[in-house]
Design a protein around this ligand. Structure first.
Ligand code: C2G
Length: 129
């Protein structure tokens, strides 16, 4: 079984998130999604509209997703890859190059982002601060 992992906040779930999960799953047979915790987001200077619990519940309901774990720190990826026996790490290409250190442990694939949609744009368009 070829296992894939990807990371993200996945706030205000939208088609850009769906597209990356669909393409990430297509890289293998089993997709693990690591969802940024509220505390980890606070460290990124981000505050998600939905709580970590709600964001995890939504991801668990996505047909491409097989397992959901919490992302609580920048430096858990190597451990996650080892513990979950991951073959492929996937991220949108806004992160291109940032996770190449994982090439010692698994394949690293950056996929094109979906243009014209983001959680930030949604908030701006709805003028949610
Ligand atoms: N994404 C995309 N197209 C968009 C928006 C997002 O392909 N229009 C992808 C991003 O490239 C990322 C994933 O969807 O791979 C999740 O995006 P975010 O929720 O914004 O995640 P981010 O804040 O980038 O956190 O350790 C990595 C971080 O947790 C990533």
């Amino acid at each position: 079984m070829r296992k894939v992992i990807t990371y993200g906040t996945f706030d205000l779930f939208h088609v850009g998130h769906l597209n990356i999960l669909k393409r990430a799953k297509a890289q293998g047979d089993y997709l693990v999604v690591a969802v940024s915790s509220d505390a980890f987001n606070a460290g990124k200077g981000k505050k998600a509209y939905y709580s970590q619990e709600d964001r995890m519940e939504i991801l668990k309901a996505i047909k491409y997703v097989d397992e959901v774990i919490l992302e609580e720190s920048w430096d858990q990826k190597i451990r996650d890859v080892k513990e979950h026996d991951i073959d492929v790490f996937v991220m949108g290409d806004d992160w291109k190059g940032k996770f190449d250190f994982l090439k010692d442990y698994c394949e690293v694939v950056y996929l094109p982002r979906t243009e014209g949609i983001s959680s930030t744009k949604i908030k701006q368009d709805l003028s949610i601060k």
